[in-house]
Design a protein around this ligand. Structure first.
Ligand code: ARG
Length: 287
């Protein structure tokens, strides 16, 4: 409430899309330590098996992300990493847990298939029944919850036919969005959920039809530059106020700062070599 409201006069600035007060909501996340992280195979254009990875630095950077969540008051649960599954640190891909319904991933590449077993075990250990899909779904890499809706990517990993399975299992509306640029192979590399009705995205990553849908659903969405998209700047986690994002996505940080969000830059340079960043490392439990 502003002084103008108290005085009974309309506050003209309240209607504008400029900075407003953002309210964080406490969240429940699951993360998997990068104990066995490596770039041993290349299944996306960011991965180069000849680039050295500093495994100890990867762990320290990941640890800083986890500490930041905890400092903000969020709950972070640990999933036990498994030797021989170097991409398991990208916990977002493990599945989708929403309204008490758990859907475990079915991975597109055989190198990651074993992760589904580990994430199903984790779900069971937390009291959820892991449901499988018949078609490929890479969990929250491609399935992003925005308020009551699930935005679902397809084109590279998650199969369009899995979207109907997700709608059936969760009872939620699923909006299918086609991805067209292999650099943005998961929806969470091309679109960021900032709160229950606000998203940001990189238009060139989407088909014409997907762009039209996004414009219709989110007329006030933030559109990011190539510079920010190419450092995986959209791979963020927001609690509705604090937005944890790759530290080098400086233009995007400024854009969201102007909208009243609080950007918090995180350096995940080592995990970037696997083609992931903040969001990829974080599975949110929407229960
Ligand atoms: N190397 C992993 C893969 O290509 C990275 C996954 C990143 N995760 C994400 N949610 N975008 O599958």
């Amino acid at each position: 409430m502003t002084i103008a409201d108290l005085a009974g006069t309309p506050a003209p600035e309240a209607a504008s899309a400029t900075a407003r007060v953002r309210t964080p909501r406490l969240r429940r996340y699951a993360m998997t330590a990068p104990t066995f992280f490596a770039v041993e195979y290349a299944i996306n254009p960011w991965m180069d098996t000849s680039t050295p990875v500093d495994a100890a630095l990867a762990v320290r950077q990941w640890d800083a992300l986890r500490s930041t969540y905890r400092t903000l008051g969020h709950t972070v649960e640990m999933v036990e990493p498994v030797a021989g599954l170097p991409d398991m640190v990208y916990a977002a891909n493990g599945g989708l847990v929403v309204d008490g319904v758990a859907v475990v991933a079915r991975f597109a590449y055989p190198q990651r298939a074993g992760e589904a077993v580990a994430y199903a075990d984790w779900m069971s250990s937390r009291g959820f029944t892991p449901h499988a899909t018949q078609y490929v779904n890479e969990g929250q890499g491609d399935l992003l919850v925005v308020g009551p809706t699930i935005l679902a990517g397809y084109g590279f990993r998650t199969d369009l036919r899995a979207h109907a399975e997700i709608a059936e299992l969760t009872g939620r509306r699923v909006v299918s969005l086609e991805l067209v640029d292999p650099r943005f192979y998961h929806l969470d590399t091309a679109l960021a959920v900032l709160d229950d009705s606000t998203v940001a995205y990189y238009p060139p990553a989407f088909s014409d039809d997907a762009r039209a849908q996004l414009r219709r659903l989110f007329p006030d969405a933030v559109e990011v530059s190539s510079a920010d998209a190419y450092v995986l700047g959209l791979n963020v986690v927001s609690d509705g106020k604090h937005v944890l994002l790759p530290a080098n996505a400086v233009g995007f940080a400024e854009q969201i700062g102007e909208l009243g969000f609080e950007p918090i830059g995180i350096d995940l340079s080592e995990l970037f070599k696997g083609g992931g960043s903040v969001k990829c490392c974080t599975l949110e439990v929407y229960s």
